[in-house]
Design a protein around this ligand. Sequence first.
Ligand SMILES: [Zn+2]
Length: 105
Amino acid sequence: MAGWAKAPDFADRPQRLAEVRAQTIVDKHGHLETGMTPVACRNCGTEVLVRKSSAHQTSVQWPVHPADHCPVFREQAAGPGRHVSCPHLQRTIDHAAAEGLIPLE
Ligand SMILES: [Zn+2]
């Protein structure tokens, strides 16, 4: 088809690409409860949605299957025990909360 618009390609602009990706994630989960703040694990980059209903109560939603994205989860899921969590992600969430990036509901 003549005049076919080429899809935008931000491969040469990683910063812009990251912004577009973040926007896409926000859009995709726009139907979820309001007040969810996307937080990306500083260690593995896995993104979760976090909401704080009080200073001591934090709920985390996983838009993705953790073991598919986080090496810590993958390792724990493969071993014994049921309580799996990523300490790096937990620290990232704590940090974001301490910096006021996660608004209290
Ligand atoms: Zn992680």
